[in-house]
Design a protein around this ligand. Structure first.
Ligand code: CTP
Ligand code: CA
Length: 227
């Protein structure tokens, strides 16, 4: 049974992880999305489970298999991801790795939109809910530790520091996803951990190694197992 209690420093803890992109439909055959393989989030979910946590992985569409030993909830849109996250609470910690689409088309066409010779119509967009910000402000249901990610392409640390304050989370894991780094879609990552106490830069390593190190950090922050 995959929900049985495991041993390890996160035994008895429930950790929520979001991963992958979201897809925001335009019509039955088209969508808006962010680039995200889901690799880093899936690796973090697996690393947390390996430390004994009960893990709920809420994933947007990815090509990855569901990791063994944890509960994966597959969703498509940001609003579905938000609902799945709410349903998974309470949690001791939340790690928001998902590349959530910031905007969605205001309306979804019932049928495939056809070229009609008049040129393309502008797409009207509306903002999606911010899952990380609402988890951080969830009152009694706020996980004790809320971790966000910040994929940036310039002035990474400054953007990430501002994001930490704006989102109300406890840590931001920031990385530079400029195309030249090869990090986006690749197997390695180079991250900086931003907390209220300052910034720590980790050397470039495999996404699995980043995941293990982050899971160890989370276990230390939660102060060992409760069960
Ligand atoms: N995030 C979220 N829900 C959203 C947007 C972002 O949960 N609707 C989370 C991401 O999972 C990530 C963090 O917020 O952990 C930062 O995402 P990012 O896109 O970098 O931040 P934004 O606030 O959307 O700012 P911007 O895209 O303008 O840089
Ligand atoms: Ca965004």
């Amino acid at each position: 049974d995959m929900l049985r209690q495991r041993s390890g420093p996160l035994s008895g803890r429930h950790v929520l992880v979001t991963a992958g992109p979201t897809h925001e439909p335009i019509d039955p055959v088209r969508y808006l999305a962010n680039r995200s393989s889901g690799r880093q989030g899936y690796a973090i979910a697996a690393a947390l489970a390996a430390l004994g946590a009960r893990v709920t992985l809420v994933s947007g569409p990815t090509a990855l298999p569901s990791p063994p030993g944890l509960a994966t909830v597959r969703v498509e849109t940001a609003r579905q991801m938000m609902t799945a996250v709410e349903q998974a609470l309470p949690a001791d910690a939340a790690v928001c790795c998902a590349a959530v689409a910031d905007w969605r088309p205001e309306t979804v066409a019932e049928n495939k939109t056809k070229k009609d010779g008049k040129g393309p119509q502008p797409l009207k967009l509306v903002e999606n809910p911010d899952i990380l910000a609402s988890l951080s402000a969830a009152g009694d249901l706020r996980p004790a530790l809320v971790v966000g990610f910040a994929a940036e392409t310039e002035t990474v640390a400054a953007h990430a520091k501002a994001k930490l304050a704006r989102k109300g989370c406890d840590w931001i894991v920031a990385n530079d996803v400029s195309p030249a780094t090869g990090i986006m879609g690749g197997t390695e990552n180079a991250v900086q951990i931003i907390t209220a106490n300052g910034i720590e830069s980790w050397e470039r390593m495999g996404k699995d190694a980043v995941a293990r190190r982050l899971a160890d950090r989370i276990a230390a922050a939660l102060g060992g197992g409760s069960g």
